[in-house]
Unconditional design. Structure first.
Length: 65
């Protein structure tokens, strides 16, 4: 069996801390609202009804943010 200190060497600890920091930064509201904003942008391209259909999507994305 390895001693417990082998598992907590500084390199491994730094790696775990970097992974946790990256996960925390990606957990923001912008990541969740991005698909709604992209869908809204795609729908706005439709000539006649695009703005009407995109309005609720914009409100939803603003609410998420």
């Amino acid at each position: 069996m390895k001693p417990l200190t082998d598992c907590t060497r500084p390199g491994r600890l730094l790696g775990v801390m970097l992974i946790l920091a990256a996960a925390a930064s990606l957990a923001g509201c912008g990541v969740v609202a991005a698909p709604v904003r992209i869908t809204s942008a795609v729908v706005k391209v439709v000539p006649v009804a695009g703005d009407v259909v995109a309005a609720p999507l914009d409100v939803t994305a603003d609410t998420i943010d």
